[in-house]
Each structure stands twice: as C-alpha cells, then as structure tokens.
Design a protein around this ligand. Sequence first.
Ligand SMILES: [Zn+2]
Length: 226
Amino acid sequence: MSTSIKSLGPSITVELEAAEKFVLTPLNGSADDAGIHCIPTREEWLLRLANELRPSFQEVEHPLPERLRVSCSWPSRAALARIQRTIGDCWPPASADQTVEIFISPCLGSALDAGETLVRELIHATGVKGYRKSFSEITRTLGLRKPWRAATATPELRERLNELISRIGPYPHATLDRSMMPYKKDGTRMMKLVCPRDGYTVRTTAKWIKVGMPWCPCGTKMRKGG
Ligand SMILES: [Zn+2]
C-alpha cells in the first residue's frame, strides 16, 4: 500500500518543556553529549514516544488505550533465550487499575530498536490479538513489515521514528548483556539416564544419581546416556 507513510499522521509540534526541566549528562555519554536535554527515565521516554504515536493509531482507527504504562523490563517469556528471544510484551488491561502494560526488553539498547518494538507492542495494546488479519493490516499501514512476530520497520517508519527520537532526546538506557545474568541454571542440570535394554529414558539430577541408579520398568538397571 502506498498510504503507509501518509497514515503515520501529521507532524506534531512537540512541547519540550517537560524534557527541558532535566538537563543531564547521559550516563554513558561522551563529552560531546554533555549538557544535552534528556529525559531521565526510560519509562518517561517510552511513554513519551508512545504518546507521540497516538495520532497515527487514531488514523488507522485503532486508538491506543488511555491507560497505558510502558517500562523497560524483562518480557514474561523467553526474555533470555538464545534464539527467538522475546524483546517486548504487551499485557491486556491486567493490572489492578485496568491499565495496559507494555514491557520493552533491556537487551535493546538503541532508541530505534526500542521504538520499533514499542510500535509492535502498541498494536497489541489496541486490542489486536495474535498475528491474524487485523494485525497484519494495521501493521502494514503503520509501516511494519513481515515476519509479523518479529516485524521490522519499513524505511519510512524508521525515518519517522528517528525524527521523533531526535526531538525526544536519547533513550536513557544502554544494552544489558544477558550473559551477565546474576544467576545460572547449571546448579540443577538434568542428566539423562537410559535403559540399555529398551532405551527407556528419564532425567534426574546428579544428587539423586548419587543416592542410587533407578531401575527401568522392564527390570533393568539404568545407565547414564547422552
Ligand atoms: Zn528397560
């Protein structure tokens, strides 16, 4: 469709007063960044971007909910997965005060990546579930392209996001290295035990193997395997 960029809404005159109250040096900024006006918290930055995008959602007749929170936080599933990592989550009005909650993964350090993910989650915030027809229609119109589950921004949407980001200021976050997670699963690593006679397989921990090797239902003592 050729209407994608037109549907992104008119240029919005942004009131910068709120941001100008804070004059900070970004935590990881270079000397050149010193003194830029920046929003101090990730939540405020993400919500600001979401609000800037509101008119675009009005135009595609899928308005964003009035009650909306956006945080930089771990998605509920596969947030640390090596492949098919989840980078954003949208919960329907699930909090006690009936607010839609969006979480943008701290693995995303760049403003554009966070913005792109935010657009995708905002589509779910309008009440569109799954990735069926209504999702693909509204998504295409807003400027995202397939695959829908990990939709990426078209050049037009990236340009629009970059323009908004340059007005809002730097995303006050830096990529969190998932390999530095403070706890590891290795302590409870499961070991595979196999019956040498028929291949029956069970998994248990080293702790229980020390207690004794289990017996297969066929009556054979099991062995470590794989
Ligand atoms: Zn057996």
